[in-house]
Ligand binder design. Sequence first.
Ligand code: ISL
Length: 562
Amino acid sequence: DLDRVWWKEAVVYQVYPRSFNDTDGDGLGDLAGVVERLDYLDDLGVDVVWLNPVYESPGVDNGYDIADYRAINEQFGSMADLDRLIEGLHDRDMKLIMDLVVNHTSDEHEWFRRSRAGDEDYRDYYWWVESEDEEGNPVPPNNWESFFGGPAWTYDEESGEWYLHIFDTRQPDLNWENPEVRREIKEMITWWLDKGIDGFRMDVINLLSKPEGLPDGTDPEAIVTGADQFVNGPRIHEFLGDVYDEVLAGRDVMTVGEMVDLTVQEAREFLYPEGDGMSMAFNFDHMRLDFGPNGRWDLDDWTLRELKATMSHWQYGLAGRGWNSLYLNNHDEPRMVSRFGDEAYREKSAKLLATLTHTMQGTPFIYQGEEIGMTNYPFESLDEVRDVDTIKNVEVLREEGTVTDDEEIMRLVRHRSRDNARTPMQWTAEEAHAGFTDGEPWIGVNPNYEEINVADARENSDSIWHYYRDLIEMRADEDVLLYGDYDLLLPSHEEIWAYTRTLADETALVVLNFSRGTPRFEPPEGLAGRDAELLIGNYAVPVESVEAFALRPWEARVYRLD
Ligand code: ISL
């Protein structure tokens, strides 16, 4: 008796609309551009599209600064275009989830304009605090820092008070203590669901509850100062439980909460079936493995042993008590093949990483361009960077004297900038700007588009793109890959990641070589000698039974055992 649920069996494809496909020549992707590519997504075989924010916004943080939750940013098109997108997806048996950004709004949101102007009905929609030192000079109310660098507080001359923003100064935090805020948000969510969308990706959803008195952060290891106070704050489960009970319960929707600093134990409290009803969570543990001692803007090497340990911990920890999301990159992270794979073995390693995300237990998330093995961008100057997070954090590194050397800064940017993932989708080598736009793209197209592009990948039956299509089809057909238990083999092996998936009497075996070398795989007792069928692999291999064998560089194999 499997707990069969559609979102467990689905494969999600993330569309970053700004960089997907431009139909009106303004250099920015648009909704009509997504509609134009629906057959493309259908051919690939994905089930759900997650669309990054397309709401009315000044675009300080590429749409994560929302000025009107119920309007579409003109740059992306109109509400009619969005309706066409929903319809086009549903016609093809696909679903749409949208970004829900309710920790903060834009400073141009009507609520904030009124709040700032001192309108009594709106003042408490946000966090306003009066705070000065002994001489009467304004000082921030506490030591909290913004994720984008610098203090999480901005002083407003007009009212002589400070407002809170955990992200950019133009992204003020909503005050969830205020029942009016909660009512407005629940109404807005209902409005979107009534429109026919199938769920939400919930932006930084575990930051909503701030502790009374807004105390200083005290954990020096926190991801940013203050995170120990505002991550999973005191009323977080009350707030999310209420949204679930009043709005989501009884609707067949999928929700995925992006949660900063989440542990497995905490995750269970948010997730279906034990917690607040959320379908799944994005955790960041594996995204931290290459942070240096000074955090995200400090580079270190990750090791396979750590990656295995981290992701396996989530596999075991949520087994039967939640459901994993499986991702290795998104619009905030570098390209996975450049980070966890090997550009010198781009095709092999991209296929291997895809094998991993499609054969662990959980729902795979493909970030646009991943299916053709797009890579990081060769940034040479900060002029090529658009992202507020990179620009601000680099400023802070310079100011604080942590990193001052230009070459070192550019090395950091090439490894860490969110813009690595935000360059335009590479459709074809035949047209200018990789076929993304007829105008001037808002950010540079990776010059490698002549080699890496959708048109060529679809022509070549051995391409990464075809491998993704095969993986998606295979996973959908194999209950053992969807629902089977995960068991890690050889936990301390430094090059091989191997595991089994088991469901009643069915077993699948996955063997992945994360190296350029040719390590030998020795099957453990119980597996050795069993009849095997190769379900998929990134090299040709004749297989009849599970024997010891030497793997080739970045080789991936998935067997079904008899
Ligand atoms: O990008 C990051 C690297 O791990 C984080 O600092 C990121 O800002 C954090 O994960 C939250 O991300 C989400 O909310 C932000 C927005 O800028 C991101 O694009 C979004 O995914 C604020 O809304």
